[in-house]
Design a protein around this ligand. Structure first.
Ligand code: ADE
Length: 225
């Protein structure tokens, strides 16, 4: 899988995308992540990526030309399955969408900034608009990092124990059950006996019951779906 991220603030992305599981997935050739500085695709002397909005409102708008130049160059090199734009007015991101995106080959993510992009970008170049939640960030970079992280960990081989991606929260519309590790007792606080019993049927039943109970308490909306 290949993910190309277009941004006016590339430094915001390097560190989150080059540590831990994402670093290893790239080193092992499971995924390629390329960060493109939109400013490198300007053609004017001042390398301008934004301009004042028509109509005279406050704030700046991301210009279409450098974005078009960058997307066009990438599209000439390979076919893309989705061109995503991160914005608070996109569809709300969730695990189902992460699962879907993780099955694609090539994805572009354009990070919104300032007041947003010239709307013609969204009308003509973007295939999917994603918000990571009902709050406003200073830019789409952190949203792009979150989307990329959630996709890459689902690519087969990215996390050591593949079964563990399937038992994540949300994968079966339930929150994950609690987990414990050694020591079995700490400070008088005991890990549940059933988990130490070696009785796998009992452990599995306990985990299912816990997942259901936690979901009913913390996220009843998930059970209604
Ligand atoms: N850019 C600013 N806020 C955002 C959000 N909530 N989701 C995605 N991109 C954003």
């Amino acid at each position: 899988m290949r993910i190309d991220i277009l941004t006016v603030v590339p430094d915001l992305l390097f560190s989150p995308l080059n540590e831990s599981i994402l670093k290893r997935a790239q080193a092992n050739g499971l995924v390629e992540i390329h960060i493109h500085n939109i400013r490198d695709y300007t053609t004017d002397k001042h390398r301008k990526v934004d301009d004042y909005p028509f109509g005279g409102e406050a704030g700046m708008v991301m210009k279409i030309e450098p974005i078009f130049n960058c997307i066009n160059k990438l599209k000439q090199e390979r076919e893309y399955d989705e061109v995503i734009y991160t914005s608070p007015d996109g569809i709300t991101y969730n695990q189902k969408e992460a699962n879907r995106l993780s099955t694609l080959n090539n994805v572009i993510i354009l990070c919104g900034h300032y007041k947003g992009v010239d709307y013609r970008v969204r009308e003509h170049l973007i295939t999917r608009e994603i918000s990571i939640g009902d709050y406003v960030l200073t830019g789409g970079e952190l949203a792009a990092a979150i989307i990329t992280d959630s996709i890459v960990r689902l690519v087969p081989g990215a996390i050591g124990d593949e079964a563990s991606a399937l038992t994540d929260c949300f994968q079966d519309n339930l929150l994950a059950p609690p987990v414990y590790t050694r020591p079995a007792e700490f400070n008088g606080w005991q890990a549940p006996e059933v988990l130490l019993s070696g009785n796998f049927a009992a452990i599995s039943k306990w985990q299912e019951d816990q997942a259901f109970e936690r979901t009913a308490t913390l996220r009843p909306d998930m059970l209604e779906e």
